[in-house]
Design a protein around this ligand. Sequence first.
Ligand code: MD3
Ligand code: FE
Length: 213
Amino acid sequence: MSNLFSNGPGAIELLAPGAALLRGFAAPHDAELAAVVRSVSTAAPFRQMITPGGFTMSVAMTNCGAFGWVSDERGYRYSPTDPDTGRPWPALPTVIADLASRAAAASGFDGFTPDACLVNRYAPGARLTLHQDKDECDMSHPIVSISLGVPAVFLFGGLKRNERTLRLSLAHGDVVVWGGPARLRYHGVATLKADRHPFAGAERINLTLRRAR
Ligand code: MD3
Ligand code: FE
């Protein structure tokens, strides 16, 4: 238990240097999170983006905040507007920004103020292949991820694609903070299994908070 740096509710598990798991940290806010995911995805509907290689992603995505992550034939980038409508992304809901900032601070990253929230929706069979997050300007900022709904097997690799990966189940309400030496580690999500959870039926929703600019 040497990787746990407090006991009871609020325990933080150190997965690797710079990577902290806060089990259930977002669960007390799940009703409010369901409402904001609904309003964001009404204003900016989920869509399956195209990779620069021409493949349709199995994960459906939308964004909120000043910048949104987008992919198309021209590449990956952050955009202040939704390419489907030309309108700005919906504002970043305070409940999400505050949760991310508190989780980052509890993990040793004070003053994290995200300007981008990617909302990932996994239906059964969806997956995210191993990749690095490197489209952001300043890698000294951590990334905070909030898992909701059906649990998924998260793959956590090293700084090179060929390094062995750890497998970790991320369940409803789990929050992970990835910063410092973990910031550029390869990661992905295994194919989502058929399952049910009251939050969103058969789906898994992941909120990934970043500082894009
Ligand atoms: C580890 N999303 O959107 S979040 C992504 O569950 C993404 O939807 C996954 O990877 C999801 O880019 C995983 C967890 C995550 C995010 C960034 C990381 C883990 C990370 C950056 C470095 C190391
Ligand atoms: Fe990622």
